[in-house]
Write a protein that binds this ligand. Structure first.
Ligand code: S3P
Length: 181
């Protein structure tokens, strides 16, 4: 008798990449999603910091955003090349044409979409985001949402990230992945 795959194992075959604005919960949710799917989790921003040996703020300050994007593109390409895993990306990664093409071609992109109020409240909890430095986070996030949301919408899966227990969002992602499989 053929061995039947459990429903989750079908989801473990391809890397899952979480995209969305700062504060959408990509790292927090990604980590929990990976645990549920029994897959490794990697935070692309952390990988960039490790590779550069400095914080994202320092990379922006010392070398500029273009340099950061270049490192980001290389790190995400390396992560997608490896074994299937859950990857949380920084909010701007999917806006880079080459990175976006790679993610759409070789991984399953999941857009974590949250309301501005939710994003603005969440980004207050952590410093170290150069695009928000000395600015009103809600204003910046609104500007970024106007530009980025139509591009994030190219992801085959969109899940609302609401102020609910994390498990509810993880459940919604797993269901959406199963429906799309
Ligand atoms: C950025 C988002 C950040 C980080 C960098 C730039 C962006 O990641 O990559 O500060 O362009 O939206 P998070 O989305 O994890 O905050």
């Amino acid at each position: 008798m053929p061995h039947s795959l459990s429903p989750l194992s079908a989801l473990q075959k391809q890397t899952i990449v979480l995209i969305g604005l700062m504060g959408a919960g990509k790292s927090t949710i990604g980590r929990r999603l990976a645990t549920r799917l029994n897959m490794p989790f990697v935070d692309a921003d952390q990988e960039i910091e490790t590779a550069a040996g400095m914080s994202i703020s320092d990379i922006f300050e010392r070398f500029g955003e273009a340099h950061f994007r270049d490192g980001e593109r290389r790190v995400i390409a390396r992560l997608i090349d490896g074994a299937p895993k859950v990857v949380a990306t920084g909010g701007g990664a999917f806006m880079q044409e080459e990175t976006r093409a790679l993610i759409l071609d070789r991984a399953t992109a999941v857009w974590l979409d949250a309301d501005l109020d939710v994003l603005a409240e969440r980004v207050r909890r952590r410093d170290g985001r150069p695009l928000l430095k000395d600015k009103d986070p809600r204003t910046v996030l609104a500007e970024l949402a106007a530009i980025r949301n139509p591009v994030y919408a190219l992801a085959p899966i969109r899940v609302r990230s609401q102020p609910l227990p994390h498990d509810a969002t993880v459940d919604a992602i797993i269901k959406a992945l199963e429906d799309a499989a």
